[in-house]
Design a protein around this ligand. Structure first.
Ligand code: SF4
Length: 341
């Protein structure tokens, strides 16, 4: 498959090999996928998660503070307004995401369908482990399903995500593929794994013939054991992405960094990312942060799908139709005011 590396992590042993791999990955990305870069945002359904035990996760810090999980759910109108806003500015919904146990399956299906209608294409799901029967009910509604594996080091997983064993995720990915759904995973770099663990990721992508991998760099949240951890280096994230690109030329790779790691974007794109994600839209749109993202894309020689700066597009839509119309319009106004303030 075009990979000439001895072992995946040899990419980190020699800077010339790293540079050479990024160069090849850039060429391969342009050849297979072209120049376009998507801006993606996960649409969160709630701030509640029944598991609440992943030590890096913001939701784990909220679990004891939330008395009534029903009140941690977002209003339907807010969710739909966010989808409409993404459509207007040309972003993709990375996936529909919510903590475990906050919604019934029927509600998730209904919301996913509505988001797909707004965005003009079915979106992905990242709502925990679903059985084969549950997955089948999303046929035609979801494009694919994502398993948030976070790390593939078993010792780390047991410590960091004790409530989220990997076996059910493996089963879900197999079932999803059997049902004709696309499959993906999210991983977070910086949880304690290192270059020597890269082969686990490569093997996992191979074993499950994944269509998409989202490679986040750790965003150290306050009140978590990672609050004072340094996010991983830009070149580590880029090396992981380049190794994936060279081994899996067709794979969709999305790179996620936080607002304080924006310079990572350019090198992640050169290494083969198709899209970028994880940015606080409302804090960054139309200001110097959004401009910085666009410049990173520009200087990587790539072209942006949509915009991170064009405020005129925020209002570029017809009145929202249907029974949710008035509420969605009100939520849209609130979001646009927040961006413009
Ligand atoms: S299962 Fe997901 S949402 Fe819940 S605590 Fe873990 S990472 Fe956070």
């Amino acid at each position: 498959m075009g990979c000439t590396m001895k072992s995946p992590h040899s990419i980190f042993k020699d800077t010339q090999e790293l540079l050479d791999s990024i160069k090849k990955a850039d060429a391969k990305t342009r050849e297979i996928h072209g120049r376009m870069v998507t801006l993606e945002r996960a649409i969160f359904l709630s701030w509640w998660c029944d598991r609440g035990s992943c030590s890096f996760c913001y939701m784990s810090t909220q679990r004891d503070r939330i008395r009534d999980k029903a009140r941690a759910r977002r209003r339907r109108s807010s969710i739909l307004a966010e989808a409409e806003l993404l459509r207007r500015i040309g972003w993709r919904a990375a996936f529909v995401s919510g903590g475990y146990g906050a919604y019934s399956l029927e509600e998730i299906r209904d919301i996913t369908e509505q988001i797909g209608e707004i965005m003009g294409a079915p979106t992905w799901l990242n709502v925990g482990v679903l059985s084969k029967e549950e997955l089948s009910s999303f046929s035609g509604i979801a494009e694919g399903v994502v398993a948030s594996v976070e790390t593939l080091r078993d010792d780390l997983r047991e410590k960091i995500c004790p409530g989220k064993p990997i076996e059910p995720m493996r089963e879900m990915l197999t079932n999803a593929r059997d049902l004709g759904l696309k499959t993906g995973i999210t991983v977070i770099l910086g949880l304690g794994e290192g270059p020597e663990d890269l082969s686990r990721l490569i093997d996992f992508v191979e074993d499950y013939r994944l269509d998409k991998v989202t490679v986040y760099s750790l965003n150290p949240h306050e009140s978590t054991p990672f609050s004072d951890s340094a996010p991983p280096s830009s070149l580590y994230q880029a090396g992981v992405i380049a190794a994936l690109r060279l081994r899996f030329p067709e794979l969709k790779i999305v790179a996620g960094t936080w607002i304080d790691q924006l310079p990572n974007i350019g090198i992640a794109l050169l290494a083969g990312a198709n899209g970028i994600t994880k940015y606080p839209l409302y804090k960054m749109f139309g200001n110097r942060y959004g401009k910085k993202v666009e410049d990173e894309i520009l200087y990587a020689g790539r072209e942006i799908v949509g915009t991170f700066t064009d405020r005129a597009r925020l209002n570029n839509g017809d009145r929202f139709p249907g029974p949710w119309g008035a509420e969605v319009e009100a939520a849209l106004k609130r979001y646009i005011r927040r961006i413009e303030s």
